[in-house]
Design a binder for this molecule. Structure first.
Ligand code: 1CP
Length: 341
């Protein structure tokens, strides 16, 4: 079988068409998702192979996307090691006792494959059902996970996180090392079960200056990517508001850097290291404009994406909850049609 355009673009090989998938393509914006989730709390859904398989497949049935993304959440491995946390509708992850001192950090134990048997089972079933279409595994990046743990929930300014990072560098290092090991193990479980690429969502690192990112986050993320290096699975690295960090996100060891909508892809291509493919970067809010405007912008993304060594079409961040699924269907078709060789 011909290798998929998605995996080929990750590896910077010529493609028969520009591959496309959407961050957060599963869930939220789909009526069929809301239906199956109606009586099932989010974290329960993430621990049930039947739900995981169904929700992961929903967007694949609807759109001709070139990859599926495993249905889960970045806090699932933290729940699996016993942290008291929940995902609240309309809010996001909420941690009962925020982690702000050495005792709390020490309680973060390693993740074992046996903590997440449902991941192994669901990935295996998905690989079979996807029949050659790649499955992307994912995990949260260490800064983003640390932010939820330290703040206790979603945060705009990450003030407690930065207080710990600047004020207690050793404790910060310990926390980052523990989270990196958990993230690595969570990704390895997905890869060993058959995921053919992984994405590290360090969504909130854009809150840091380049200097602080280099000193306090990069060493940990580099370690994760290095550990994954021998597994022959493309590694995608994504964050929001990372215009100033794009070079460092690739330096961390990613094969593909995900770019939000703020930096045009031709500029982003100059900022990443040679040997890096790009993923992105249509503004997700753009999908609320009339189709003609969307098409024009999508064409611009494709044109600028040609400056990259490989391009995977995506949005600049996740699909917004009220997005019309019809727009995503049209957009997927448009990207394929414009780029078919
Ligand atoms: O396609 C998909 O939706 C796949 C599944 C997926 C992914 C990739 C979910 C399901 N979550 C994630 C990753 C995730 N979770 C990220 C990284 C991606 C991003 O930047 O958007 C982050 C930051 C989270 C944390 C999180 N979980 C939030 C954001 C809160 C904040 O700080 O603003 C929210 C709202 C959740 C809950 C969640 N995760 C996923 C779903 C479908 C939901 C909504 C839960 C519900 O339906 O009640």
């Amino acid at each position: 079988m011909q290798e998929s355009p998605f995996l080929r673009a990750c590896r910077r090989l010529p493609v028969s068409r520009t591959p496309v998938w959407f961050m957060r393509q599963a869930g939220r914006s789909l009526p069929e998702y809301r239906k199956v989730r109606a009586d099932v709390p989010m974290l329960e859904a993430c621990a049930r192979p039947d739900m995981i398989v169904e929700i992961t497949m929903q967007p694949v049935r609807r759109y001709d996307v070139d990859a599926a993304i495993y249905f889960s959440d970045i806090v699932v491995p933290l729940k699996a090691i016993g942290l008291d946390l929940d995902i609240k509708t309309g809010i996001g992850p909420v941690i009962a006792d925020p982690i702000r001192n050495a005792d709390a950090v020490k309680r973060l134990r390693e993740l074992e494959p046996d903590d997440v048997p449902y991941v192994t089972e669901a990935v295996g079933r998905l690989v079979e059902e996807l029949d050659g279409r790649p499955l992307i595994g994912f995990a949260g990046g260490p800064f983003t996970l640390a932010s939820y743990l330290i703040e206790g929930g979603p945060s705009k300014n990450h003030e407690h996180t930065k207080a710990l990072m600047y004020g207690a560098p050793e404790l910060w290092g310990d926390l980052m090392r523990r989270l990196s090991r958990i993230t690595l193990e969570f990704l390895k479980v997905q890869i060993e079960a058959g995921a053919s690429a992984v994405q590290l969502f360090d969504s909130w690192v854009g809150a840091l200056s380049a200097e602080d990112y280099r000193a306090s986050v990069l060493p940990h993320t580099s370690w994760i990517f290095e550990q994954l290096g021998g597994l022959d699975v493309p590694r995608i690295h994504f964050g929001v508001g990372t215009g100033e960090l794009l070079g460092l996100l690739s330096e961390a060891g990613a094969d593909v850097v995900g770019v939000d909508w703020r930096v045009p892809l031709d500029k982003a291509a100059q900022r990443v290291q040679p040997g890096t493919a790009l993923q992105g970067n249509l503004d997700p809010a753009m999908l609320f404009a009339p189709w003609e405007a969307v098409a024009e912008r999508a064409r611009d993304v494709l044109d600028r994406g040609r400056a990259a060594e490989g391009h995977i079409f995506n949005l600049g961040h996740g699909v917004l909850p009220n997005t019309d699924p019809e727009m995503l269907a049209r957009l997927t078709h448009f990207v394929h049609e414009q780029t078919e060789q």
